[in-house]
Design a protein around this ligand. Structure first.
Ligand code: FAD
Length: 318
């Protein structure tokens, strides 16, 4: 079922959903199930599975020479989605990127998803490859998520890349896209970012999931600005309980989001990460309660491979 249908069928009740990462190459699917199992009691209508593009590594081959290797450390997005739908009967949402994909790769990826009975996709540009500063699209690929959204919408209208194909079948994907309450790191301003977010909606996206934020005020202001800009689709907040002291630096550095002073002070006072976890869970519960009271249709949690703290938050809310 489509995300938009799940929201409609919930009749105004706030639903619980979460995002998981494929395991590192070499691990098995059980590690994914071990993460999902404890969260199933909260009846998630859908589970997102992230996509991780290739990375370049350089291997020393002697004589001062380095050999460039292309590796994918977390493959398996599509397989995990199929396994989730098969095992739990819950909609799985694969993330799909512009980065590393030609338009032909994208089309074939979408055909696989369609054949597997997957009804939703989260369309993203992706970041630059780790060893590069700027995002570079594939030669025959997309530069922005809005272009990827257009290609998916075309396929939903049975328009394939090869115009000579006859009697083509349409796909029927519900398309989600990302939004940034504290603006995307490359955007010159929040208004500019919202301008391009609107383009993703115009091209066919039906809902937005936000980057994590730790101050609800930023989310509410963002939603307000989006509505004023004419964006009417659901804007699902992304939430994450902080779990370690290291994340105080890592989260602003990696995701370009601010941590409220009050939260920082509480975490700095903690003696160990066990205490940090408790502070992070309490903070996330308070955020979740306020969002639930505001009638937000879905609260989406970033599990990042750890479900125990998400379970504690969900137990207090759902
Ligand atoms: P876009 O919407 O394409 O925007 C990128 C930047 O370009 C923005 O600054 C925007 O303002 C600007 N822009 C857009 N269109 C134009 C235009 N036409 N001209 C000029 N500027 C323009 N990454 C992964 O690798 N895998 C994942 O699974 C993944 N999941 C994510 C899930 C969520 C909910 C979020 C919020 C992010 C996720 N990311 C993921 C990270 C994401 O790929 C990065 O943040 C990436 O840098 C931007 O992707 P985007 O789809 O938001 O890009």
């Amino acid at each position: 079922m489509k995300v938009t249908e799940h929201i409609k069928n919930a009749n105004g009740n706030t639903q619980f959903s979460f995002e998981i990462l494929p395991p590192l190459k070499g691990q098995n699917i059980q590690s994914i199930f071990d993460n999902i199992d404890p969260l199933m009691e909260f009846n998630p209508p859908f589970i997102d599975v992230t996509y991780h593009r290739e990375e370049y590594t350089f291997k020393d081959v002697g004589n001062g020479l380095l050999k460039k290797q292309v590796v994918k450390k977390r493959p398996g997005t599509v397989g995990i989605c199929a396994a989730i739908q098969n095992k739990y009967g819950v909609d799985a949402i694969p993330h799909i990127l512009c980065g590393g994909f030609t338009k032909e790769d994208t089309e074939n990826f979408l055909i696989d998803l369609d054949f597997l009975g997957i009804d939703n996709v989260m369309a993203l540009r992706g970041d630059a490859v780790k060893t590069e500063t700027y995002f570079t699209p594939e030669k025959e690929g997309h530069s922005y998520a809005s272009e990827l959204v257009s290609q998916i919408s075309e396929l939903n209208n049975a328009i394939y890349l090869d115009e000579e194909l006859k009697n083509t079948s349409p796909t029927n994907f519900c398309i989600g896209v990302s939004g940034y309450p504290e603006k995307h790191m490359e955007a010159p301003s929040l208004d500019s970012d919202i301008h391009f977010l609107k383009k993703k909606i115009k091209n066919g996206a039906e809902y937005i999931v936000t980057q994590m934020f730790f101050d609800n005020k930023k989310y509410f202001e963002f939603v307000d600005k989006c509505r004023k800009a004419g964006i009417e689709v659901p804007i699902i907040p992304g939430l994450k309980p902080i779990a370690t002291k290291k994340q105080l630096n890592l989260i602003p550095h990696r995701f370009y989001v601010d941590l409220p002073e009050e939260l920082v002070i509480e975490i700095v006072k903690c003696k160990d990460n066990e205490q940090v976890r408790e502070v992070g869970i309490e903070w996330c519960i308070a955020q979740s309660k306020e969002l639930q009271e505001a009638g937000i249709p879905v609260l989406h949690y970033y599990s990042m491979g750890r479900s125990s703290n998400i379970k504690k938050v969900a137990s207090a809310i759902f």
